[in-house]
Design a binder for this molecule. Sequence first.
Ligand code: ADP
Length: 238
Amino acid sequence: MASSATPAELVVENVVKEYLTPTEPLRVLAGVSFSLRRGENLAILGPSGSGKSTLLSILGTLEPPTSGRLTLSRENPFQLAEADLAEFRLENIGFVFQEHHLLPQCTVLENVLVPFLADGVATTDDQHRAAELLGRVGLAQRLRHRPAELSGGERQRVAIARALVREPTLILADEPTGNLDRSTAESVGRLLLELQAERNAILVVVTHSEPLAKLLSRRMELDSGRLVPTGPIGFPTA
Ligand code: ADP
């Protein structure tokens, strides 16, 4: 459990992101600041076009901010050379997307081993770890199955196992339950939170789903490029 004595692991300071357009620059993030300790989680809400994916890309070190600073475990990843940045991302950040992006020709186990192949080979230890994690997400009997043989919820459980197999400090999820029916979405959302807590990782979820956002301990909304506290969820805010 994070205490106030624990230093923040993810620190985002005054992040601005502008995209160049033929006329004037489009300012999507206008100074976003927040910090999270290990074990903490945050839901980011906001209407379409408010900059949620842009912020998630910056947190995921896929896009540099125009200005401002981000540190994860006291390292500023945007100061790293490109190859070091790719390694940093692989070791520290796990991504869960709305689409599972599993490789259809590979088995469930092979899909979870993919993050080890990016910078080497999967060792026997890695294979044990992947199989154990697949057991933890309820798929022990499905290791040799292909994604097409699984339900939508099961495929998303595989995607979660793949995101967590290298024990990332930071888990980023973009509408992770967006393609699932209500009850499956709830069980997948709860599983993601349980795994985050067990690993004492940080979880940031971007979502339109209020039931999912309600499961997280902090909720903020992107409004005119800034992160502001949301109104009480489930009640009219006006
Ligand atoms: P959300 O995820 O909340 O829907 P996005 O972060 O995708 O919002 O987009 C925020 C704004 O930035 C939108 O107006 C979008 O058109 C614009 N945008 C996103 N990516 C680019 C880009 N690469 N170049 C120019 N504009 C972009």
